[in-house]
Design a protein around this ligand. Structure first.
Ligand SMILES: *[C@@H]1O[C@H](CO)[C@@H](O)[C@H](O)[C@H]1NC(C)=O
Ligand SMILES: *[C@@H]1O[C@H](CO)[C@@H](O)[C@H](O)[C@H]1NC(C)=O
Ligand SMILES: *[C@@H]1O[C@H](CO)[C@@H](O)[C@H](O)[C@H]1NC(C)=O
Ligand SMILES: *[C@@H]1O[C@H](CO)[C@@H](O)[C@H](O)[C@H]1NC(C)=O
Ligand SMILES: *[C@@H]1O[C@H](CO)[C@@H](O)[C@H](O)[C@H]1NC(C)=O
Length: 368
């Protein structure tokens, strides 16, 4: 009879032996779920059209005349504006034909319309500090046919996020290898959320990009999510996210971006046993198998059912059948290995017989 298993209950009393807990250094990207990731989109080049302002009763409106396009001889400079909330703004509305009676602006501000009109070929509208999220400036003039035409100012008022934070949904502490987790990136107090792109990163690698569906023009706080399945190679990596306002060519040269603090992950795994069925070592060498895990698994060696300490310098009489038992965070694994200690002067007579014996006797047990 021989003991092939080590009772799990006795493991904790057993001797602690050789342990290798450091994960291998090579890098494989963890799979992630593409469902919530949109493909990288080009920067928006078109600005969203604003709803028509409420211009009634309008002093120059004629029935059927509301040309807001190519025939209206008005030019806005700049033609589209991207303004940070609170910044100054000025727009020059000028007539491109000489025979207009004048140029005017209607600006709805907090529900009130403030029309101005000037009997000149251009009129500049501006404020020192733009602090109205719903402002809709419209320039108008009269055309030859006796009608009125108007141009809406394409205007985006933005506010960079006040802060960006990163968390794991309903979880704190170490992640388990193979477990499914959801990263949450919360962007606080940003406008317009429609122009916001959030990118999740692991170290320097972009994992995915998400956008909001909302069209709110005033500042909002929104949380974006990305699913991850960590592998042991992800131990120690940093997860973070970046919130960037993509405001198009009329926007600031450097798009406003705010990054979250970095979340350093601890990934628990193991035990993993790497052991040949038959182990030949030369006299004087170490015996051992590779055991990996984080945190380091509790490892015990048994020989003929009795716990033993592995010799650092093996002797011929150390040859025999050993069972290694490893208790780690994801369970318990064991493996039986036939050890043959070869004499240093290299007599091969006994080893082939030993190998056959090893093949017959090795019992392999492996479970989680
Ligand atoms: C393992 O061996 C040590 C001595 O080497 C002994 O003190 C201990 O009780 C043993 N444990 C078990 C579970 O046999
Ligand atoms: C507005 O535009 C017109 C036409 O291009 C120009 O003559 C005028 O100087 C501009 N006014 C300002 C204040 O920029
Ligand atoms: C997260 O936890 C909250 C309450 O603690 C619960 O209502 C919610 O369903 C949980 N979400 C998930 C995805 O488990
Ligand atoms: C955006 O809308 C799509 C389709 O309606 C939906 O599948 C997706 O979950 C929405 N995204 C967010 C962040 O709400
Ligand atoms: C190997 O060394 C042992 C003593 O250590 C000796 O008895 C044996 O004859 C040697 N074998 C060979 C093949 O040299």
């Amino acid at each position: 009879m021989f003991a092939s298993r080590c009772p799990a209950a006795s493991l904790l009393l057993c001797l602690f032996s050789s342990v290798n807990s450091s994960p291998v250094p090579f890098y494989t990207p963890a799979p992630h779920h593409p469902l919530q990731i949109s493909p990288p989109a080009p920067s928006p080049t078109r600005l969203p059209s604003l709803p028509p302002p409420s211009l009634s009763p309008h002093p120059f409106r004629e029935p059927g005349e509301s040309a807001d396009g190519g025939l209206c001889p008005l030019t806005l400079t700049p033609s589209a504006l991207v303004v940070r909330f609170g910044d100054p703004v000025t727009v020059n509305c000028s007539a491109s034909t000489p025979n207009v009676p004048g140029v005017g602006w209607v600006v709805s501000l907090g529900g009130e319309e403030k029309p101005e009109f000037s009997m000149t070929s251009f009129l500049v509208w501006g404020v020192k500090s733009l602090t109205d999220w719903s402002i809709t400036p419209v320039c108008f003039t009269l055309v030859e046919q006796g009608g009125q035409c108007q141009r809406h100012l394409s205007l985006i008022i933005y506010k960079p996020p006040s802060s960006v934070s990163m968390a794991v949904l309903n979880h704190s502490g170490p992640l388990l290898e193979g477990g499914q987790y959801t990263l949450l990136c919360t962007v606080h107090d940003v406008a317009p959320v429609q122009n916001l792109a959030v990118t999740f990163y692991r170290g320097h690698t972009a994992l995915g990009r998400v956008r909001s569906n909302a069209t709110t023009k005033t500042p909002v706080t929104e949380t974006f999510s990305l699913d991850i399945v960590p592998s042991k190679e992800d131990d120690g990596v940093q997860y973070w996210c970046e919130a960037r306002l993509e405001l198009g060519p009329a926007g600031p040269q450097r798009p406003p971006a705010v990054v979250s603090p970095k979340l350093t992950s601890t990934v628990h795994f193991g035990p993993q046993l790497t052991c040949p069925a038959k182990l030949w070592v030369k006299e004087g060498e170490r015996l051992g198998c590779e055991v990996r895990g984080n945190p380091p698994p509790l490892v015990n060696w048994y020989r003929d059912g009795e716990n033993v300490t592995l010799p650092t310098r093996s002797k011929r009489w150390h040859s025999g059948r050993y069972t290694v038992c490893a208790e780690g965070v994801l369970g318990h694994k064991e493996f039986t290995v036939e050890v043959e200690v070869l004499p240093t002067n290299g007599s091969a007579a006994g080893s082939s017989r030993g190998f056959l014996l090893g093949v017959l006797l090795i019992q392999f047990t492996h479970w989680l």
